[in-house]
Each structure stands twice: as structure tokens, then as C-alpha cells.
Design a protein around this ligand. Sequence first.
Ligand code: HEC
Ligand code: HEC
Length: 203
Amino acid sequence: MVRKVSMPGANALMLGALFYGSAIADEVPAVPAVVTQVCAACHGIDGNSTIPTIPKLAGSNPDYLLRELRDFSAGKRKSDVMGAIAPTIDAADLKAAAAYFGKQKSTSEPVLDAALAQVGKKIFLQGDEPRGLPACAGCHEEDASGSKRFPHLAGQHREYLTDQMQKFRNDVHMYPGATYMREVAKRMTEDEIKAVVEFLAAL
Ligand code: HEC
Ligand code: HEC
């Protein structure tokens, strides 16, 4: 029986369990082997990657994560890195990894420019109707937590968010369903992208 541990130090306990065998492993939530062996090196053991170009997965909807993994495997979402890794992992492990990362709590990035984040907040929540810029919250949710269909953006690394927006803008971002995001990104100025990224990273 797996019991949830939600006290401070649970992570240390979990790592302890990984390294010191099964005696206490029964006491902590199971980390799928594929996560420790493959994903953790880049995305972090709890899905909070510390590498700014690699997305945090913690707190994303498991269905969203699984869909992206299947799209990487099928070559529908292009990525040199994930396109090479995903097809080598079997379907049950991809599902286990998506379920596990979806359950983790995402961390946020430190606030660097509070005034800029306020500008970004307004764009995120309201968009700019006269210019045909939709409110991001309409799809990504008010707290940027995402859903089955739309990615979780809260607390995501600035570098990753900026890179994704630039790729949408320049049509190099080959998501299967990215037609909409490409339109959105093209209607934004560089400064607006910076502001939204600043708001999202610190959420
Ligand atoms: C060598 C580093 C590396 C490893 C190992 C790795 N990833 Fe990734 N992952 C990346 C990078 C880089 C991206 C961003 C891809 C892009 O440009 O769209 C990414 C993106 C993702 C995404 C899309 C996230 C989003 O918000 O759209 C998912 C889901 C994902 N990885 C899951 C996994 C899982 C599950 C594993 C383990 C089986 C794994 N990754 C192993 C580097 C890695
Ligand atoms: C009509 C719905 C919709 C609106 C409005 C919208 N998005 Fe998105 N967004 C999406 C979808 C769908 C995706 C994922 C693309 C895919 O998987 O095909 C996405 C992906 C993204 C990503 C990439 C995330 C990742 O993990 O790879 C970022 C960043 C993003 N959106 C930011 C924004 C911002 C900023 C706004 C507002 C200016 C916005 N979006 C408005 C639907 C929307």
C-alpha cells in the first residue's frame, strides 16, 4: 500500500528510500523507474527542472503530458531531444511518467521585475481585444494551471517560455495544433512577450 507523505523533508525521505532500499520505500509515494532512470536527469526527480531551457512538468495535467509524449513519439511534435527519447520508452512507462509528474507540485521562479509582471498579468487575463489579442487565461486558465487540452504555464522557466513563444512566432514551432498559438504570438510585440513571461514565471 502506497501512503502519501506530505510533510517537510518528504523529498529527502524519498531520495533516502531510493538509495537505501526497500525498508522505508513502503512509506513514500512510488517514483516510476522510468522517471528515476530517464526523465529525472533533465526534468528533475519531482518534475521541477532546474535547467532553464528544459520545461518543468510538475503540476501539468497528466492527459496533456501524455498527449505531448505521444506526439513526440509519433514525430507530430518536433523536438530533437524528446523526439529521440519518447519513441524508446514503452507506452505504459510514458503513462506512468505523465501520471507521476502531473501529481507533483510546481515551483515558481523568483520575481525579477514586479512592474513588468503587472503589465503581463493584464495581457494574460484580458488580452487586447481591439488588436485581436485574446486573453491567454481563456484557454490556459486564470491561474495558468492549464487543463487536459492546454499546457500549465505557471512557474515555468523564463527561457523555455520565451523560446516557445518565439518559435510560435517564427513558425518553427511544430506542434500539431499550434495554428492558434502562432496567430497569438504574431499579434504580440517583443515587449508584450517579455511581460507575459515575467508574469508567468513568478506565478
Ligand atoms: C536530455 C534531456 C531530457 C530527457 C532525458 C527528457 N526530456 Fe522531456 N524535454 C526535454 C526538452 C529539451 C524539452 C523541450 C522540447 C521542446 O523544445 O519542445 C522536453 C519536453 C518534454 C515535454 C513537453 C512539456 C510541455 O510543457 O509541453 C514532456 C511531456 C516531456 N519532456 C516528458 C519527458 C519524460 C516523461 C521523460 C522521461 C521518459 C523526458 N521528458 C526525458 C528534455 C529531456
Ligand atoms: C484558444 C486557446 C489559446 C489561447 C487564447 C492561448 N493559448 Fe497558448 N496554447 C494553446 C494550445 C492549444 C497550446 C499547445 C499547443 C499544442 O499542443 O498544439 C498552447 C501552448 C502555449 C505555450 C507553450 C507551452 C509549453 O509548455 O510548451 C505557451 C508559452 C503559451 N501557449 C502561451 C500563451 C500566451 C502567453 C497566451 C496569451 C497571449 C496564450 N498562450 C493564449 C492554446 C491557447
